[in-house]
Design a protein. Structure first.
Lengths: 332, 499
């Protein structure tokens, strides 16, 4: 374990020519994996008779968590820059509706998808521009768009759901299974691989982490930090729009309640996964595990007979625990 | 003589009508380490900021290899092979050494993905070449200060560079790290880099530099060969003949046969503060002189509990006190006005009054609420007493000048009536008029019986204020001087250099 204090002391006494190479195993980096395994074992034992470990139930968990995972992937980038996006749930709702409306109006599947994703990109663009051009903190910007876009989603059809009858759309975006594998699992895996490569293996990812690690240093090093921030918000909007499509495809409709309150789960998944709320440290795989863990807990609690209100309380507690235990003090 | 690699000609710059640089000439040759010296406000950093494109000059030309170049921003500087070693500014603690060095210039694989292996290998080679033992895969946040700096230099050298600017590079280094840095600089020199070395430490400059240029009050004073000068000449150049009359010392009367109000015994913090002992008497002003990194700030923050300490006993009015944080210190009757008042001293968006009463809110209460009449009176009293120039006490503090902001910080602490007042660089960034006023206020406070400890890098100011001066060097108090025994600024300069 390495705390800030021990680092400080090291710098005081370092007088030798060799740097102490302390590659200690920091369990905090892996806490989510242990916790996830622990949760699965716990429910497997206590809920064995209620069918927690059945293939059906496990696949169900994956279906339920796919949207959170996908939004979490993009949120990992946002939080890695030291920003936050609270508007993802509202964007998903609006996108599910705009896509459904476009399908209903006969624009076809490609039209529907384009409109849904475009909706997400547009809101992401607005978020990003308000942050980078006007300098409004992302917390405020996205709190505002959370409300505005959420309201828009209710108003656009006067709270009425819009049914989707396009079977291909419903199959590809949520409802389908390829053999035994739910299509939502495929989307999750594909997006995770792309996001992981993007964060770890591209200049964009590196610059995202640099921006969150020390923004002025990044700027001095030639990173266009404003552009990076704009891009991560575009990405977050896009993925929220995509999650909206998946909700729509899974439920065969667009509806303003889809994604409602998802921002809490998404942020919890990212933080739980080990991405630092202070920026500079991010992990895509951790986010997916975090999301699966929250999904598993939700699922387990439902099987145990707890209701939504209790689930929400537990989700809140998990966030606090995750931040408290995963907190890594980083020397500036 | 070789043709200069860099030459800056006739450079002038003014901020808000105040001339900071006045037709300064400066040139550096290939393979030369050229020191740039001068007191605070002499214009060294402004000149370098012009060179590195942070500011642009009002007048003058810059030539590199005899070519006239235009440096409008930091990108232009980089294109002209100029690199500046920032202290801790351009590294990202959450990335590794290799990732930092090649940030935005990473190698790519044929798929367009980052080739970290290649970067790590290149970094390893670069560090080997520079004979620095750093693991390219180590997180920069885990490195010690000295290695942080070498990483910084390695980063500058990883891109094509001809001119390297180092600003007080040894300020936070230990002796051993300094040695390593110097052999490193000599190596760079032999490779043909031109190095501009800004420092206040003459022993270092004499050791590592070839020539030295001295600026004073924005003017070029002299450029000399380091082999042909000595300390006295340099001090003479830096100090000049005209002492500022505003900073005249007045001998003050105070009792020394009474018990000290503050006693500090065996205060230590690693190598930064070593076995520091001193007493402070009521009504006395003690100055702490020393170079950057000599442990002055660490000493006062250790006393005040805002910084760490390994050991040391502190007594106030004869009573031993345990100080773990600022609250303990304030309770014990201490006050510290930190160096960076904008960050640590004031809530800039709040009014003059709100800032002044912040530390004494509990005394301003009437029942549950703040007694505004009383608070207004307290605030108005201080505005009058310290001659703070503001329209009224409701004006927000960020609208006031630097000097007046500093006075509000003073007022804020005085409101609590401390027995000991510690000031860290009290006049940094304030204009000369406000400076003399602050000097006067500090004197008045001492006359009213408060014990005062002042850290200042501006020697005229320190000499004007102090009754007694402690000189710190490498974490120790190496000399204690009664003010009346010090005749000239040169004497104090000598002491500070640790000779």
């Amino acid at each position: 374990m390495q705390s800030k204090d021990s680092n400080l002391n090291d710098t005081v006494v370092v007088g030798s020519h060799t740097v102490s190479r302390k590659k200690t195993f920091d369990w905090r980096n892996y806490i989510v994996y242990f916790a996830f395994i622990g949760v699965i074992i716990y429910f497997s034992v206590t809920l064995h008779d209620q069918g927690f470990v059945s293939t059906d139930n496990l696949l169900n968990i994956i279906r339920q968590t796919a949207m959170i995972s996908l939004m979490g992937l993009a949120m990992t980038f946002v939080i890695s820059t030291g920003e936050i996006d609270l508007s993802v749930g509202s964007i998903a709702a609006l996108s599910s509706l705009t896509a459904a409306l476009a399908l209903q109006a006969g624009y076809g599947m490609i039209g529907g998808v384009a409109v849904g994703l475009g909706t997400g990109l547009l809101v992401g663009l607005v978020n990003g521009l308000l942050l980078t051009k006007l300098g409004i903190p992302s917390f405020l910007v996205t709190l505002a768009t959370l409300g505005t876009v959420g309201g828009l989603a209710m108003w656009i059809t006067d709270t009425a759901p819009v049914p989707i009858v396009d079977a291909t759309f419903n199959f590809v975006f949520g409802s389908g299974d390829i053999g035994p594998i739910p299509i939502l699992l495929i989307w999750t895996i594909v997006a995770t691989i792309i996001a992981h490569l993007l964060l770890r293996k591209t200049s964009f990812g590196r610059q995202t982490l640099a921006t969150g690690g020390n923004e002025s240093a990044a700027r001095f090093s030639g990173v266009n930090t404003q552009r990076i921030k704009l891009l991560v918000f575009l990405g977050s909007g896009f993925m929220a729009g995509f999650a909206g499509l998946l909700y729509a495809g899974r439920m065969h409709a667009g509806r303003f309640t889809f994604g409602q309150g998802d921002e809490l789960s998404v942020i919890a998944a990212v933080i739980l996964g080990g991405t630092s709320l202070f920026g500079g440290v991010g992990t895509v795989i951790g986010t997916v595990i975090g999301s699966l863990m929250i999904g598993t807990i939700n699922n387990g609690l439902i099987i145990m007979g707890l209701d939504v209100s209790q689930q929400m309380m537990i989700k809140g507690l998990i966030i606090i625990l995750a931040v408290a235990f995963g907190r890594k003090a980083i020397k500036r | 003589m070789e043709k200069p690699m860099l030459s800056m000609k006739n450079i002038s710059k003014a901020f808000n009508g105040i001339t900071v640089l006045d037709s300064v000439d400066f040139s550096v040759e290939k393979g030369e380490v050229h020191a740039l010296m001068g007191g605070n406000g002499a214009g060294k950093s402004t000149l370098m900021k012009i060179l590195t494109g942070v500011y642009s000059a009002d007048q003058g030309e810059i030539y590199i290899d005899d070519q006239l170049v235009e440096i409008k921003n930091t990108d232009d500087a980089r294109k002209n092979y100029i690199s500046m070693i920032f202290q801790e500014f351009s590294l990202i603690p959450t990335l590794t050494v290799a990732q930092n060095i090649f940030l935005t210039r990473e190698d790519k694989t044929s798929f367009g993905l980052l080739n970290d292996k290649e970067c790590v290998e290149k970094t390893r080679k670069l560090l080997q070449e520079l004979e620095v033992d750093i693991d390219p895969d180590e997180l920069v946040g885990n490195l010690g200060v000295g290695y942080w700096q070498m990483t910084e230099i390695a980063k500058a050298l990883s891109q094509e560079t001809k001119i390297l600017v180092m600003d007080e590079p040894t300020a936070s280094l230990t002796k051993k790290e300094t040695k390593i840095l110097f052999s490193f600089i000599n190596q760079l020199k032999s490779k043909g880099y031109a190095i501009i070395y800004i420092s206040h430490r003459m022993d270092e400059i004499l050791e590592v530099c070839d020539r030295v240029t001295i600026l004073r009050d924005g003017k070029h004073v002299a450029t000399e060969d380091c082999k042909q000068i000595d300390l006295d000449m340099v001090i003479q150049y830096i100090v000049g003949s005209s002492m500022n009359k505003a900073f005249e010392w007045k001998e003050r009367e105070y009792a020394t046969d009474v018990a000290p109000v503050l006693e500090v015994k065996n205060l230590s913090l690693g190598s930064k503060v070593q076995d520091v002992n001193f007493n402070l008497y009521p009504g006395e002003i003690v100055g702490i002189a020393g170079l950057m990194g000599s442990g002055r700030t660490e000493t006062v923050s250790a006393i005040f509990g805002t910084g760490p300490k390994d050991s040391g006993d502190i007594s106030v009015n004869g009573q031993p006190v345990t100080i773990k944080n600022a609250t303990d210190a304030i309770k014990a009757g201490l006050a510290l006005i930190p160096e960076d008042r904008r960050v640590q001293g004031l809530v800039l968006e709040h009014s003059v009054k709100d800032n002044i009463i912040l530390p004494i809110l509990s005394k301003m209460q009437k029942g549950l609420f703040i007694d505004n009449k009383k608070a207004d009176k307290v605030a108005n009293d201080f505005v009058k007493k310290l001659n703070i120039k503001t329209d009224d006490i409701y004006k927000t503090t960020n609208l006031l000048s630097g000097g007046n902001q500093q006075k509000i910080v003073l007022a804020k602490w005085l409101a609590n009536d401390p027995a000991v007042l510690m000031l860290d660089e009290p006049t940094i960034g304030v204009d000369i008029g406000a400076k003399t006023e602050i000097v006067d206020v500090v004197r008045e406070l001492a006359d009213s019986g408060k014990a005062i400890l002042v850290i200042s890098s501006e020697l005229p100011e320190l000499l004007a204020l102090s009754d007694r001066i402690l000189v710190m060097h490498e974490g120790r108090i190496i000399k204690e001087m009664q003010r009346r025994e010090v005749n000239t600024e040169e004497e104090l300069q000598h002491a500070i250099q640790g000779f």
